[in-house]
Every structure is written in structure tokens, then in C-alpha cells.
Write a protein that binds this ligand. Structure first.
Ligand SMILES: Cc1cc2nc3c(=O)[nH]c(=O)nc-3n(C[C@H](O)[C@H](O)[C@H](O)COP(=O)(O)OP(=O)(O)OC[C@H]3O[C@@H](n4cnc5c(N)ncnc54)[C@H](O)[C@@H]3O)c2cc1C
Length: 219
């Protein structure tokens, strides 16, 4: 960047052109409390990195060619730090960022017993259990299961949201899912604005009923 004398927008969640044809980059700022639209009017080139799963990848075009330039970077050892141990991360199941089906629970899920029905639905559908931030803050699920701006961006074929209101920070992480189904007691919950199917219901009665139907159809 220094060599190019230009800026870089990191972790953009949207790229586009405004009505004047000016290229803009959208990125969360001030700890995610606002979304900043950044435009670079004078310097060229314009550079941005985008968050994983924000855009649908294009089909590979094998007629194109390019040159891979591998740079060698020397990182000097910092005497202020010492590696005491290296521990392998234990990952169970498919990471939610790669899951094709997700059942996600929100603050309306009060305890482990209530979470069990969502876990069972996820398993029956061959998918993964995930959540909005409150369940992670409450220690019910690890951070690797959190969808959203400070969690993981997901793009499954199907996502079922149970007891999730649909904050901006949550929607950023799942709004491009292929099919969005939401269950919420409140008909005015913002999650319904981006859902393909919605049920105004208590998930504690609806989810067990759906599980029973799936089991019946599987015989
Ligand atoms: C910088 C920053 C980063 C953030 N990052 C994230 C993030 O990555 N991911 C994230 O999720 N949040 C994030 N948040 C938090 C976010 O603002 C919301 O607070 C959070 O998403 C709310 O989660 P929720 O929808 O589960 O809870 P709530 O907003 O409390 O909604 C609960 C919903 O459940 C419904 N409900 C309750 N009981 C039932 C029931 N029995 N059956 C059906 N419906 C029921 C209610 O009607 C309500 O709509 C972030 C916030 C900040 C400031």
C-alpha cells in the first residue's frame, strides 16, 4: 500500500457503484456499531479485501491466465514473545461456514433442554446447530457456532432461525443464505423481512412438531 500510495479497505461486506458511478466499499466501523461507505476519489488503484462468503464465487473461467508472484517475507523473531505450547484446535462436525443446512437459535432459547430440540432438528436434516451471539455469551455454544458480524458468515442452502430477532449484526452473517425460514413469537421481528418463509409461533411447540413430522415421513 505504501508503495502504491493508496488505501485499503479491509473486511468489506459490500462493494458497488453509487448513482454517480463512484466505486464504494462498505465496512463495519466503530466496533460494528455503524456501517461506513468508503470512497477513494483521487488515488488509484483502489484495493479492498472482502469477508469470506459475502459474495457468490463465479464459475471458473479457464480461458483466463495470470501469473502467480510468490514473495518471500522475512519476519524477525520478537524477543518479547515466547511460544510456550502449541495446541491443536478440536473441531467437531462441519464448520458452520461450510454447512449446507443450519438450525440457529437465539436469545429466546433459554437453556440446554430447549436447545436439544434445535440440535435434534439439525441432525435430522443433516445440518449443523448454530446461534446468534447471546447463546455464545451465555456459554451455551462455542464462538465457532456464532453467526454474524463478530462471528462467522454463512451461506447454506437452508437456514432455520428460531427465536432470533434479526439484528443488523446477525443478518450480515446469514442474509445471503439460499432459503431462510424463521420462527418467532413476534410478527414484527425484523428477521421476517429477509425470510422466505416465516412462522409466528413458539419454537418450543413448533420445532418438536416438525421433528415428529420428519420422523413420520422417514418411517
Ligand atoms: C459490535 C457488535 C457486534 C455484534 N456481533 C454480533 C454477531 O456476530 N452475531 C449476533 O447474533 N449478534 C451480534 N451482536 C449483537 C446484536 O446486536 C443482537 O444483540 C443479537 O443479534 C440479538 O440476538 P437475538 O436475536 O438472539 O436476541 P433478541 O434480539 O433478544 O431476540 C430474541 C427473539 O426471540 C423471540 N422469542 C423469544 N422467545 C421465543 C420463543 N419461545 N419462540 C419464538 N420466538 C421467541 C423474541 O420475540 C425476539 O424476537 C453484535 C453487537 C455489536 C454491538
Amino acid at each position: 500500500m505504501n508503495d502504491l500510495h493508496t488505501g485499503l479497505t479491509a473486511d468489506a461486506i459490500d462493494l458497488g457503484y453509487d448513482e454517480d458511478g463512484v466505486f464504494y466499499q462498505t465496512t463495519p466501523a466503530y466496533g460494528g456499531h455503524i456501517l461506513a461507505h468508503i470512497v477513494i476519489l483521487e488515488e488509484r488503484p483502489q484495493m479492498a479485501t472482502v469477508r469470506q462468503k459475502i459474495f457468490t464465487p463465479l464459475e471458473p473461467d479457464y480461458s483466463r491466465s495470470g501469473k502467480v508472484i510468490t514473495e518471500k517475507v522475512a519476519v524477525e523473531r520478537d524477543e518479547a514473545y515466547e511460544v510456550l505450547s502449541v495446541e491443536e484446535k478440536v473441531v467437531t462436525g462441519t464448520p458452520i461456514g461450510q454447512a449446507e443446512v443450519i438450525v440457529s437459535g437465539g436469545r429466546g432459547v433459554k437453556d440446554e433442554t430447549e436447545l436439544t430440540s434445535l440440535r435434534e432438528l439439525a441432525e435430522l436434516l443433516g445440518g449443523e446447530l448454530a446461534s446468534s451471539r447471546p447463546l455464545v455469551d451465555a456459554g451455551m455454544l462455542p464462538h465457532s457456532k456464532q453467526i454474524g458480524q463478530s462471528g462467522t458468515t454463512v451461506k447454506p442452502k437452508l437456514i432455520i432461525n428460531a427465536a432470533i430477532s434479526g439484528s443488523v449484526q446477525y443478518q450480515i452473517g446469514m442474509r445471503d443464505s439460499e432459503r431462510i425460514v424463521s420462527i418467532n413469537k413476534s410478527s414484527t421481528a425484523p428477521i421476517f423481512d429477509i425470510s422466505h418463509y416465516g412462522a409466528v409461533a413458539d419454537f418450543k411447540t413448533l420445532v418438536p412438531a416438525v421433528i415428529a413430522e420428519i420422523k413420520k415421513s422417514k418411517g
